[in-house]
Each structure stands twice: as structure tokens, then as C-alpha cells.
Design a protein around this ligand. Structure first.
Ligand code: ARG
Length: 462
């Protein structure tokens, strides 16, 4: 089959080359962007007198039909057409004749693919941010029901201080908020039109880049064409942003897996989002968070892959760049399904406050409160208070009880400056609610954090 670029060749391409060179199997994902880009380009060419009114009408009709054929599944995708851009142009020309051949005036596939892929990525920034908004709302809703539900806050995966479950979930809401901000700022930074850069150096045709930029929803036109046709920072940014977002998803997943174990028993995932074992009839497995954790690795792979593809490329366009798309498509698809299923798994899980409370009674979570009491009420320097409290913990251990259950007499025996008013300080709820510093876990502060995130979501224009 004759190639569009075959003019200077005397032998036809081997079918092995066709297979190796083609991107048509995956870049068809960009068909909407490609057709819209061509429509904007054609309208601009017509406004500059490069296309006639009849020609633009023919192009519009032809591209509408191409679009219908693609959407109906009747479009013929041939590997020998190499990529989506040439397949569409070829079909257009078959449909409308010579006007189709004029469409590529003042355009190269280099700016064409740059505009298509960039618009796809900009759109996906918004769609993923929208899903994160839904996920944040779910976390906030669950948090709102658990601002007094005690659980052990941990460091080193060891019991540390009592916190409430709402506060714990809002930590994830904070991460997902930053993920939204990153996606939106990337969109802002990269919202410049490559169209009109042509192959690398611009074009002698009297084009209007602002016209196509406006028509395609870009904020402005790119400044330097040589950069523009080889810039894939926008793709790297979405890969980094999805990777970071998936890292957060993975951390939450890891906790869901731990929390669903018998050892923790803090939550139970719904039957709808749990799986069984083929041999052990009793099993209920957290496959959803496990897969979310696993898929995170695959997304990192896409980021590392593209960074590596780009690192040695001389200016400007090189075919290596064609390797930019599959990783991004895969990462975006992974992000979409991951956020959707995580949201459902969270909405349908059962929280078990009684088990969280039982766990909170292990590990002397209010030990820091005893030290703080000695500092505040007895004027003991913190380092000494820490030592005295250590003795009290050792005593509680010897008695086989938690520090929150120790009798006043035991404490007085350790240090007689300790007054009877210490007892409420050792209670777990008291300890949690004592942490009233800004951003702390106290229920009042947790409720403020909920308001903060609710306001953020209200102002988000997604
Ligand atoms: N299929 C190519 C890609 O995805 C399109 C641009 C090709 N340009 C070229 N001059 N070979 O990168």
C-alpha cells in the first residue's frame, strides 16, 4: 500500500517495519482530539484565504463522517497507515477528494500529535481531579461520623497516642487535596497550543495561531516551536501526579489491608468489594486494596519509562517520542478505575469502633499526657517528667494493665508530686481531646478540619 510519504522512495516498506513503526493500535484513543484539531486548523486556513468556503465545508462534512465511522466501529484501522493522523487524513481524502489533501497545509504530524496528546492530557487532569474530589468527599463524610471514635495513632507501626478515626481519614483527604492542586496547576502551566509550530521551525504560510488556540480552548500559544514539538513535560507531569496520587492510594490501601486483618479488626470491607479463596472456604480477602497497592508500581513504571525515553533526545521531534502514549494511557486508565473502586470500597466498608477502642487500651497511649501533667502541674522539667513516666509505664506493665487504668496510689508511690487530679489526664478520650493545637486531633480541631476541606471542595470548579 502506498504511503503518504512515499514520494522519495522506490521500494515499499516491509511489513515488519509497518508493525514496528506503527502507533495506530493505540493512538486511536486520540481520535476526538485529532478531529477537533483538524477542524480548528481548517477553519483558520479558511479565514486566511488558504482554503475556500467550499473546501472547508467539504472538510467539515468529511471529518464528521470519519468521526461517525470511528464511533460506529466501522472505520478501517490499517497498520500500514502508521498512525491515527495519517489514517484519518487518508480516509478524509477518499471521502472528499482534493480538499482533503489541502488540510495538512502549514501543519506537520509533529505539531498535530503534540496538540492532540496535550489536549488529551489536559482533559485527563480535570477528570482525575474530579474523581479525587468525589473521593475526598467520601473521606470527609466518613470522618464526620467518627470525630470521637478513638483508635491508636501510631509511629513505627507502634501504638503512640490516641487519635480519632475522623482525624486519621482527614490525613488522606489532605493528601488527595494536594493531588488535586498538582493536577490543576499542571493543567494551567501546560495550557498552551502547539498548533502552527509545524515540523519544528514554524511555517511561511500566513497562519493565525491564536485563532486555533482559542478554538481548541488553550489559554495561549506556545512561545518556541523547536521546544514545543519535542516537549513532553506535560505528559511527565501527569505521570508524576498520578504516581504521587497512587502512592497515597497505596498507603491508604495498606492500612485498609492491615485494618481488615483479625489482628486489627478496625474495618470490614463489604462482600461486594471482597474476594474469596479457591481452597479455603472461610477466607475473605482484601483484593481491592492489594491490587491498588500493586497497580501503583505499574504507574511508577510508566513515569520511569517516559523519563528515560526523553533523557537523551536531541532537538526537536524524534520517533522515540511515540513511546510517550501507551504509558500515559495505561496510567490514566489505572487512575480512573482505581479511584472509582477505592471510593466504592470506602463507602461500603464497616467501621468497628469497639475494636479500635479495645486496641487503644493497649500500649499506654496516654503516657505522654502523664509527662505533660508533670510539666504543667508540678513544674518538672520535661526530660525528668519523661523518666518518671517511664517508671509508671513499667509499673503498669508489671501489673498487667494499661497506664490509663492505673490506680492513683501506684503513681503517688513513684513520685509524690503527682496529685489525684492526674487521673482524668490518663483517660484516652481526654488525651485525644487535649491535643487542641492547630491541626491537632482534638474533636474540636478535627471538626474545623472538616469545615476547611468542605470549603475547599465547595470552591473547586470541577
Ligand atoms: N505517530 C507519531 C507519534 O506518535 C506522530 C508524529 C510523527 N512525526 C513524524 N515526523 N514521524 O509521535
Amino acid at each position: 500500500m502506498e504511503k503518504m510519504w512515499s514520494g522519495r522512495f522506490s521500494a515499499s516498506a516491509s511489513s515488519l517495519l509497518d508493525q514496528f513503526n506503527a502507533s495506530i493500535m493505540f493512538d486511536r484513543e486520540l481520535y476526538r482530539e485529532d478531529i477537533e484539531g483538524s477542524l480548528a486548523h481548517a477553519a483558520m486556513l479558511q479565514s486566511r484565504g488558504i482554503l475556500s468556503v467550499d473546501e472547508i465545508e467539504a472538510i467539515r462534512g468529511g471529518l464528521a463522517q470519519v468521526r461517525e465511522e470511528i464511533e460506529a466501529g466501522s472505520f478501517e484501522w490499517n497498520i500500514s497507515d502508521e498512525d491515527l493522523h495519517m489514517a484519518i487524513e487518508k480516509r478524509l481524502t477518499a471521502l472528499i477528494g482534493d480538499a482533503g489533501k489541502k488540510l495538512h497545509t502549514a501543519r506537520s504530524r509533529n505539531d498535530q500529535v503534540a496538540v492532540d496528546f496535550r489536549r488529551y492530557v489536559l482533559r485527563k487532569n480535570l477528570e482525575i481531579a474530579g474523581q479525587l474530589k468525589t473521593l475526598m468527599q467520601t473521606l470527609i463524610d466518613i470522618a464526620g461520623k467518627h470525630t470521637e471514635t478513638l483508635l491508636p495513632g501510631m509511629t513505627h507501626l507502634q501504638h503512640a497516642q490516641p487519635i480519632n478515626f475522623g482525624f486519621h481519614l482527614l490525613a488522606y483527604a489532605s493528601m488527595f487535596k494536594r493531588d488535586i492542586d498538582r493536577l490543576l496547576s499542571s493543567r494551567q502551566r501546560n495550557n498552551v497550543s502547539p498548533l502552527g509550530c509545524a515540523a519544528l521551525a514554524g511555517t511561511p504560510h500566513d497562519i493565525d495561531r491564536n485563532l486555533t488556540a482559542n478554538a481548541l480552548g488553550f489559554d495561549s500559544v506556545s512561545v518556541n516551536c523547536l521546544d514545543t514539538v519535542s516537549d513532553r513535560d506535560f505528559a511527565l507531569e501527569i505521570l508524576f501526579n498520578i504516581s504521587t496520587m497512587m502512592m497515597h492510594v497505596s498507603r491508604l490501601s495498606e492500612e485498609l489491608i492491615l485494618w481488615s486483618s483479625y489482628e486489627f479488626g478496625f474495618v470490614e470491607l463489604s462482600d461486594e468489594y471482597s474476594t474469596g479463596s479457591s481452597i479455603m472456604p472461610q477466607k475473605k480477602n482484601p483484593d481491592v486494596p492489594e491490587l491498588l497497592r500493586g497497580k501503583t508500581g505499574r504507574v511508577y513504571g510508566a513515569l520511569m519509562g517516559l523519563l528515560t525515553v526523553m533523557k537523551g533526545l536531541p532537538l526537536a521531534y524524534n520517533k522515540d517520542t511515540q513511546e510517550d502514549k501507551e504509558g500515559v494511557f495505561d496510567a490514566v486508565t489505572t487512575a480512573h478505575i482505581s479511584l472509582e473502586i477505592l471510593n466504592e470500597a470506602l463507602k461500603t466498608m464497616t467501621v468497628k469502633p469497639e475494636n479500635m477502642l479495645a486496641a487503644s487500651k493497649k500500649g499506654h497511649l496516654s503516657a505522654t499526657d502523664l509527662a505533660d501533667y508533670l510539666v504543667e502541674r508540678c513544674g518538672v522539667p520535661f526530660r525528668e517528667a519523661h523518666f518518671i513516666t517511664g517508671k509508671a509505664v513499667a509499673r503498669a506493665e508489671a501489673l498487667g494493665i494499661d497506664l490509663s487504668e492505673i490506680a492513683y496510689g501506684e503513681l503517688k508511690a513513684i513520685d509524690e508530686r503527682i496529685g489525684e487530679d492526674v487521673i482524668p489526664h490518663l483517660q484516652l478520650a481526654h488525651s485525644m481531646n487535649a491535643r487542641t493545637s492547630s491541626g491537632g486531633t482534638a474533636t474540636v480541631r478535627t471538626l474545623e478540619q472538616i469545615v476547611h476541606f468542605e470549603n475547599y471542595l465547595k470552591e473547586l470548579d470541577l
